[in-house]
Design a protein around this ligand. Sequence first.
Ligand code: NAD
Length: 353
Amino acid sequence: MTTLSPSDKALVPFVSVDNMMRLIHHIGVEPMLVGLADYIEQDFRRWELFDKTPRVASHSAEGVIELMPTSDGEVYGFKYVNGHPRNTRDGLQTVTAFGLLADVSTGYPVLLSEMTMLTALRTAATSGLVAKYLAPKGADTMAMIGNGAQSEFQSLAMKALCGISAVRLYDTDRAASEKAARNLAGSGLAITICDTPEESIEGAQIITTCTADKQYATILTDNMVGSGVHINAIGGDCPGKTELAPAILHRSEIFVEYPPQTRIEGEIQQLGADHPVTELWRVMSGQAPGRRSPGQITLFDSVGFAIEDFSALRYVRDRIHGTGYHFDLDLLADPDDPRDLFGMLMRATPATR
Ligand code: NAD
């Protein structure tokens, strides 16, 4: 084919996995977690501006494929993401993703990016940001239950954003804990691998559950959770997929991203539809209190919301300028005369061999 060069306005910056990793190394993992948390907090504070909808999910016996759209009126974004707990058996990731930002005024995409790495970072940044508001003062130790792909990011975000200095790892598969311990060696965190979940929560003021199993699991039972802790529940994020015993929910002050989505997907799917929850954007914009007393159990029932992905894509768009960590995709047809799409096709004649 003889191809015609597209004009600059039709080229879409694309951040591949390789370039995302270069960008993360260029910025540094912890500074990037802090930067992402800042963008997420900015967007949570202007929450009411956004177009919001629970994500569009297509469920199967093996997992789920989801689309997560939102817009602030000027920029539109969406993420494609899957969740397939059995994938790791075949050497595949449980969660993979990519996402796009577009200019609302023209509808033209302005960024296409890998989001598997970025989702791990944005999920962790959100956890760290939320814990800043909810974890008990002086929290220095986190239990990390479920030591898969998200776990190192979660640990580093709690260090960078909340100041923890120790992580106690537990996973039903010890090899996962050993992998996490290896990856976190040199991070400045004191790492302990534990034999039971009970052992992992000894002395921990923050408990993160981040397991993957498509069922109502009970990772934490009621008697394991003492007063005053902050629970960062990451893994229960789908209908029929939870991690906490319902009794824990009844003892906790529950904080959520977007109630219409969390009631379908989060730990609170186990509760009545009118059980009170606090929306995090209200806490971040000063309209609702975060932790109110040292003895209170706070629970972040995290499911991951589209605005966090939007913030993360916004951050990447702002940070790739001048780095060269992207290349331009010829994604949009760009005829010289916008109404002559067919003519453009005809001019792109097959090359003579
Ligand atoms: P992963 O498959 O890489 O890791 C999950 C780990 O959990 C594995 O090491 C597994 O051995 C361990 N595990 C399973 N059952 C356990 C149990 N009973 N006790 C202790 N460990 C157990 O998955 P991942 O990518 O790390 O994701 C973890 C979970 O987080 C998934 O359920 C995923 O859907 C969810 N997630 C949530 C968000 C969010 O925004 N809330 C974002 C990304 C991922």
